[in-house]
Design a protein around this ligand. Structure first.
Ligand SMILES: [Mn+2]
Length: 326
């Protein structure tokens, strides 16, 4: 853990003008932690913005209502950039051709990924935290910053989504304590759970059944299951392909699977998601080897091939080796 909490709290206290950025293809933790931090900074009277150029799942709209700046960011008017929930500068969600590495702003890096490159001028990286939202909650508590009910709601949403509603292995006593505190601060747990987990679009239910029925393949006695997911699967069911967060759980939850993968083919190339149910089987290691990164049990990235066959072969090789070795 890299913990510059004291310096970050003091720096934010002494300075003004903060632009918050998160990662491409933003998930619930990216949006919840960034929007939560924005609400906290604004309640401290700090001039701040959460810039995010991408579309995201409508289930997060109630958290971010009007909070996100989509237009071209006025980066030079913010002396400081705060990065949340991503491990390397290349992952940042900025308009094309704007590179975080080229900017002169002071950078604060707040994250929970174990492979974080510690790219900030100040860094707070806690791989033991379930979510970036939990890291921000801890920082706010340390710095004695007020957390309003809407801010608590955003942070709890981040923790809920990164722990899969407290079902994944990163559900720790500290994650549950942070969640309990956020509920005491006014987060509406029941409404969040309803919006995030019990409001499945009927099109999504069809996508899920189609994956299990037609697209899923297995190998190694069913210990490895995967599916190739094309954008058309979403569009023909009236969905945006960005709605894929958590979708991989539809095969992860099948008994007997140890490692599961999705291969997404679209115009950007071949993206992959990997999940492991066995703490001794690190998909993070595999992801880092084949062009991605992430946590030990949840990882992803881009495979450097346009061919589904090649991508499948790469995965089968890497995973088969490890399954056989274990
Ligand atoms: Mn996260």
């Amino acid at each position: 853990m890299i913990d510059n909490s004291r310096d970050i709290a003091e720096y934010i206290h002494m300075n003004d003008g903060f632009m918050i950025l998160t990662h491409i293809n933003p998930d619930g933790d990216a949006i919840g932690s960034a929007a939560g931090l924005l609400r906290i900074l604004r309640s401290l009277g700090k001039r701040s913005e959460f810039f995010m150029p991408e579309n995201f799942s409508p289930k997060y709209l109630s958290l971010t209502n009007g909070l996100i700046t989509k237009g071209p960011p006025d980066i030079s008017s913010y002396p400081t950039i705060i990065c949340v929930d991503f491990s390397s500068p290349e992952r940042v969600s900025l308009p094309e051709k704007t590179r975080l590495q080229d900017l002169k702003n002071f950078i604060i890096n707040i994250d929970h990924h174990p492979d974080n490159q510690i790219f900030g001028n100040l860094n707070l990286v806690d791989p033991g935290a379930s979510a970036a939202a939990q890291v921000i909650f801890n920082l706010a508590k340390f710095a004695d910053w007020p957390i309003s009910p809407p801010a608590a709601n955003c942070l709890l949403a981040g923790i809920l989504m990164d722990t899969g509603g407290f079902k994944f292995d990163n559900t720790s006593p500290s994650a549950l304590r942070a969640a309990a505190s956020l509920i005491e601060l006014g987060a509406d747990y029941a409404s969040l759970v309803r919006e995030l987990f019990f409001s499945k679009n009927i099109g999504m239910a069809r996508v899920e059944s189609e994956i299990v029925k037609d697209l899923m393949k297995t190998a190694f006695d069913g210990k490895f299951a995967w599916a190739v997911i094309e954008d058309s699967l979403f569009t023909k069911n009236g969905l945006d392909p960005r709605e894929s967060e958590g979708l991989i759980d539809v095969i992860r939850c099948i008994a007997g699977t140890v490692v599961v993968a999705f291969l997404y083919r679209n115009d950007d190339g071949m993206r992959f998601s990997l999940r492991s149910k066995d703490p001794s089987f690190s998909v993070g290691k595999i992801a880092r080897k084949i062009g991605g990164g992430g946590h030990e049990l949840a990882a992803g990235g881009f495979i450097k091939t346009d061919s589904i066959n090649d991508a499948e072969k790469i995965l089968l090789n890497e995973i088969g080796d490890k399954l056989n070795a274990g």
